[in-house]
Design a protein around this ligand. Structure first.
Ligand code: ATP
Ligand code: MG
Length: 397
C-alpha cells in the first residue's frame, strides 16, 4: 500500500471566500499540494456554515512545520506524535495533519506512519462524507462516494463497519453524532447491525472521549432520534448507564437547550450528579452547571418562593437562565411557563461586597478576607439575597 493510488475523477466547485483569505490561504500557499479535509469540505458541500478548517499535507510533520514557519506563520506542535501541528495567523488556527496510514490499532489508539497517498489517508477516516478533500482551487476528491451519501443523508462507514469500529470504538458514538446532524431517512442497516455487535467494545474507551462525543451529539439541533437509536442498539446503556428509561424529558426541552440541559433531561432522576461529573471527567464549569440543573430545589411544584429563586440564581453560573427555565419545564412535564417567566423576570442577584470592603473593615490581607466574605455571603444568601451593601458591611467582623 505504499504506491500512491491513482486519484479518482475529481470535481470542481467554486472556491469559497474563506479559502482565499486568512490562515487557510496562507497555509495552502506555504504547502503546495495541501488540501482542506474532513468537516470543512463536508459542510461546504452541504451548504452549512464551516467551523474549523483542517488541512492535510503529504509531508512529515516536522517538514510541514518548517515550511509554515518559513512562510511567517506561528506553529504550535500540538500533536506531533500523531502528525498534527497547529498553524496560526491573525489569531486564526488551522490544524495541519500529515497524511497517515495505520500500522496498528487496538480499538482506542493507533500507531501511524506518514504517507503520501491521499486515498490511503481518506480510507482511515470514519464516514464517506468525512473523507472528502479539496485543494486551493476548489478541486474536490471524493474517493468513497461521500458527496452522494451527504446529499442523500446516508452516514456510511468507509469500508466494513465492523472492522472500522473494532479499530476505534469511538466511531460507534461518532456514527450517532453524524446521524443526528446529517442523517435523513432510515439509518444504514449494515452500520446498525455492526454497532449492536460492537457495544461491548465501548467499555474500552476513556470516559473523556465518550463525553466529548456525547456532548457534540447533544449539540445537534434535534438529538432525540439519534438518542432513541442509541437506546435501541444498546449503545446508550453502555455509554451512559445513568440514562432514564425514555426520552420523554429530553423531548420536552425547547429547541434552544444547551448540551448540559439535554444531558440533565436524559438522566435518571436519581442520578448522583457529582459521581457522574467525576466519571465523565467534567470540567469544573460543566460540573457546576450540571449540579445546578439537577438541583431538587427546582423540582417541587410551586415550592420555589422569591427568596429561593433569587438564591438559586445567585449561585448558578452566568448565562444559565435559559437552561434553568428549560429544565424546570422538562423535569415534570407540566406547564411550567409561569416559572419560566419568573426566572426570566428575576434579575440575577450579585453579592454586594468585595475584598476591599473586608480590608476596609480591618481584616488583614490573606485567607481571612475570603473567609470573612464567605460567611457574610452565606448570611446574604440565607436572607434571600436582598441585603444591600451597608447591611452586608455591618456583618463583617
Ligand atoms: P465537526 O464540524 O463536528 O468538528 P469534523 O468532521 O470536523 O466535524 P472532527 O471530530 O473534528 O469532526 O474530526 C475531523 C475529521 O477527522 C473527521 O471529518 C474525520 O475525517 C476524521 N476523524 C476524526 N475522528 C475520527 C475517528 N475516530 N476515526 C476516523 N476518522 C476520524
Ligand atoms: Mg472538527
Amino acid at each position: 500500500m505504499t504506491d500512491p493510488t491513482p486519484d479518482p475523477p475529481a470535481f470542481h466547485i467554486a472556491p469559497p471566500a474563506w479559502l482565499g483569505e486568512g490562515a487557510p490561504a496562507a497555509v495552502l500557499a506555504a504547502l503546495p499540494g495541501a488540501r482542506v479535509v474532513g468537516g470543512a469540505v463536508r459542510d461546504l458541500l452541504a451548504g452549512r456554515a464551516v467551523q474549523d478548517v483542517d488541512v492535510a499535507v503529504a509531508l512529515p510533520p516536522e517538514q510541514a512545520a518548517a515550511r509554515l514557519r518559513e512562510a511567517g506563520l506561528k506553529v504550535f506542535e500540538t500533536g506531533l506524535a500523531h502528525g498534527t501541528v497547529t498553524a496560526v495567523l491573525l489569531h486564526q488556527p488551522v490544524e495541519v495533519t500529515s497524511l497517515r496510514r495505520d500500522l496498528l490499532t487496538d480499538g482506542r489508539h493507533a500507531e501511524v506512519a506518514w504517507s503520501t497517498d491521499w486515498r490511503e489517508d481518506a480510507a482511515r477516516r470514519d464516514f464517506t462524507m468525512n473523507a472528502l478533500s479539496m485543494d486551493a482551487t476548489g478541486q474536490v476528491w471524493d474517493y468513497f462516494g461521500g458527496r452522494a451519501d451527504l446529499a442523500a443523508g446516508r452516514v456510511r462507514f468507509v469500508g466494513d463497519p465492523a472492522t472500522r469500529m473494532a479499530e476505534d470504538y469511538l466511531r460507534v458514538l461518532r456514527f450517532f453524532r453524524f446521524q443526528a446532524r446529517y442523517g435523513q431517512g432510515a439509518p444504514d442497516p449494515a452500520a446498525l447491525a455492526a454497532i449492536r455487535a460492537a457495544v461491548p467494545g465501548l467499555a474500552r474507551l476513556s470516559a473523556e472521549r465518550v463525553w466529548m462525543e456525547l456532548k457534540r451529539l447533544l449539540q445537534a439541533p434535534d438529538p432525540v432520534p439519534a438518542v432513541a437509536l442509541m437506546r435501541d442498539t444498546g449503545v446508550l446503556a453502555a455509554a451512559l448507564p445513568e440514562a432514564a428509561a425514555d426520552e420523554a424529558a429530553l423531548r420536552r426541552l425547547p429547541a434552544d437547550a444547551g448540551p448540559l440541559a439535554r444531558l440533565a433531561a436524559l438522566l435518571h432522576p436519581d442520578t448522583d450528579a457529582a459521581a457522574l461529573a467525576r466519571r465523565l471527567r467534567f470540567s469544573a464549569q460543566e460540573d457546576t452547571v450540571l449540579r445546578r440543573l439537577l438541583d431538587p430545589a427546582l423540582r417541587p411544584e410551586a415550592g420555589l418562593d422569591g427568596a429561593a429563586l433569587r438564591r438559586w440564581l445567585a449561585e448558578a453560573p452566568a448565562g444559565l437562565e435559559t437552561d434553568l427555565a428549560n429544565m424546570a419545564e422538562a423535569a415534570d412535564g407540566q406547564d411550567r411557563a409561569a416559572l419560566r417567566a419568573r426566572i426570566a423576570a428575576t434579575p440575577r442577584p450579585v453579592f454586594p461586597l468585595q475584598g476591599r470592603d473586608a480590608l476596609a473593615a480591618g481584616i488583614p490581607p490573606g485567607p481571612a478576607v475570603g473567609q470573612a466574605l464567605g460567611r457574610v455571603r452565606q448570611w446574604w444568601l440565607d436572607g434571600g439575597c436582598v441585603a444591600g451593601v451597608a447591611e452586608c458591611r455591618a456583618q463583617l467582623p
